[in-house]
Write a protein that binds this ligand. Structure first.
Ligand SMILES: *Cc1c(COP(=O)(O)O)cnc(C)c1O
Length: 387
C-alpha cells in the first residue's frame, strides 16, 4: 500500500457542531415542541439582525427559499429570469418550478460571478428578473446589477447560499434585491442540517412568502394550535410545505452566534492556502474586490492541464487517494443533459463558466480543520501535482 498523506479520510465541508447546539436540540426534544415555533421566530429575528435589516422567513432549504421568492414575485409562464451558468442546479430548477424560463448570462472569468455586461445582452421584452449568485462568497457587482434592474423594471432575487458573511460597500449580500435566499445545508457557513432563509426588504413580501411556504394558509400552524384556542384558517393560495422546524432553528441560533468566529478561522486557512500554493502552476482565487467582504465559503483552485500536467478529474482522483475530500463547484449548468435537451443550451454560449467548471476543485475549508489537517491538504496538493 502506498503511504497516504492522511490516515483518515478528511470529509469535505464537515460542520463544526458544539455543545450549545446539542443542548438546544435536546431542550426542544424535551419541550415536545419540534415543529415551527418560538425558536424559528428567534432564528429569523437573529438572522435579520445579523444582516442589519430586512424581514426574514425561515424555510427548510435554500432551494425552497428561491422557489418561494420567485413565486411571491408573481412571475408568469414565459417570463424570463437571467442567472449564472456557474451555480448549483437548484438556482435554475427554482426558476423552472416557478413556471419561468431560465436564461444564462456568462460569468466574469476572474471573479467567477455573473458579468453585468452579459446580463445586458440577454435582456428581452420577456425578462422579468435577475437571479445573481454570490459565488464562493464573493460579492456580485451589485451596483451595475441593480442599475440594470431599475432601468428595465426587473426584480432581483439574490442566491446567497455561499454568502452569509458577504458585504458589498458595507451592505450585506441578500439585502440589495427584492429577496435574498440563504442556505443552512450541512456544508454551508451556518448549518442547521437542512434549512434556508428568505430575506425581504418589504414586510408585505415576507408575509406573502410565509403564507406560500405553509400551504397557502392565512395563519401559522403554531398559532392555530396555541393555547388561546383553536382558530380556523383560510387557504388563500395553493402553497407549499416549506417551513423550518424548531429543531433546525435550535442548531441555527447557536451556529449564527459563532458565525464571525468561524469566519476568522476560515480566513486563516484561506491565507495559509494562498501562501502555500503561490509558486505552484495552479490558478488561485483572485483577491477580493475593494469595498467588499468575501465570505470565504469555497477555496477553489483551477487545474489547467497545460501547466499542471494533469487534468482536474485526475487531480481529484489523486486527492481522494490521499484521503482528502474535495468538491467541484460546479460543472457549468449547460453541461447537464436535461438543460441541453429542454433549452438547447450550447457550451460555447457560456465559455467562461464551462472552462472554470472543467478546471475547478474546492479544497476543505471548514472551521473544524486543525492546523495539521490544513498542512495535510497542502502536502496532498503538492504530492498530487508532482506525481
Ligand atoms: C447549496 C446551494 C443551494 C441550495 O441550498 P439548499 O439549502 O441545499 O437547498 C442553492 N444555490 C447554491 C449556489 C448553493 O450552493
Amino acid at each position: 500500500m502506498p503511504v497516504r498523506t492522511k490516515d483518515n479520510f478528511l470529509v469535505f465541508g464537515a460542520p463544526l457542531i458544539e455543545q450549545d447546539e446539542i443542548d438546544e436540540v435536546a431542550a426542544s426534544m424535551r419541550s415536545g415542541w419540534l415543529g415551527t415555533g418560538p425558536k424559528v421566530a428567534r432564528f429569523e429575528s437573529d438572522f435579520a439582525a445579523y444582516l442589519g435589516g430586512g424581514y426574514a422567513a425561515a424555510c427548510n432549504s435554500c432551494t425552497a427559499a428561491l422557489h418561494l421568492s420567485l413565486v411571491a414575485l408573481g412571475l408568469k409562464p414565459g417570463d424570463e429570469v437571467i442567472t449564472t451558468p456557474l451555480t448549483f442546479c437548484a438556482s435554475v430548477n427554482a426558476i423552472i418550478h416557478a413556471g419561468c424560463t431560465p436564461v444564462l448570462a456568462d460569468v466574469d472569468p476572474v471573479t467567477m460571478n455573473i458579468d453585468p455586461d452579459r446580463i445586458r445582452e440577454k435582456i428581452t421584452d420577456r425578462t422579468r428578473a435577475i437571479l445573481p449568485v454570490h459565488f464562493a462568497g464573493r460579492a456580485c457587482d451589485m451596483d451595475p446589477i441593480m442599475a440594470i434592474a431599475r432601468e428595465h423594471g426587473l426584480k432581483v432575487v439574490e442566491d446567497c447560499a455561499h454568502a452569509i458573511e458577504t458585504t458589498y460597500k458595507g451592505q450585506h449580500a441578500g439585502t440589495f434585491g427584492d429577496f435574498g435566499c440563504f442556505s443552512f445545508y450541512v456544508t454551508k457557513n451556518v448549518c442547521t442540517g437542512e434549512g434556508g432563509m428568505v430575506i425581504a426588504r418589504e414586510e408585505e413580501d415576507i408575509r406573502n412568502v410565509k403564507v406560500l411556504g405553509l400551504h397557502g394558509m392565512s395563519a401559522d400552524a403554531w398559532k392555530r394550535f396555541s393555547d388561546d384556542g383553536y382558530k380556523h384558517y383560510q387557504v388563500i393560495h395553493a402553497g407549499f410545505k416549506y417551513n423550518m422546524m424548531d429543531i433546525q432553528a435550535a442548531i441555527g441560533i447557536h451556529q449564527l452566534k459563532r458565525v464571525e468566529q468561524c469566519f476568522v478561522r476560515r480566513c486563516e486557512i484561506w491565507d495559509r492556502y494562498q501562501e502555500a500554493f503561490r509558486t505552484l502552476p495552479v490558478g488561485q482565487p483572485a483577491p477580493e474586490e475593494p469595498g467588499t467582504r468575501h465570505a470565504r465559503h469555497l477555496y477553489t483552485l483551477l487545474i489547467d492541464p497545460v501547466p499542471c500536467g494533469i487534468d482536474r478529474d485526475e487531480f481529484l482522483m489523486r486527492m481522494n487517494r490521499e484521503n482528502i475530500g474535495c468538491g467541484v463547484h460546479y460543472l457549468a449548468v449547460p453541461e447537464h443533459p436535461y438543460y441541453q435537451e429542454r433549452f438547447g443550451w450550447k457550451l460555447e454560449d457560456t465559455p467562461h463558466a464551462v472552462a472554470i467548471g472543467r478546471q475547478t476543485i474546492s479544497l476543505p475549508l471548514s472551521p473544524k480543520l486543525t492546523d495539521e489537517d490544513v498542512e495535510d491538504v497542502i502536502t496532498a496538493v503538492k504530492t498530487c501535482l508532482a506525481d
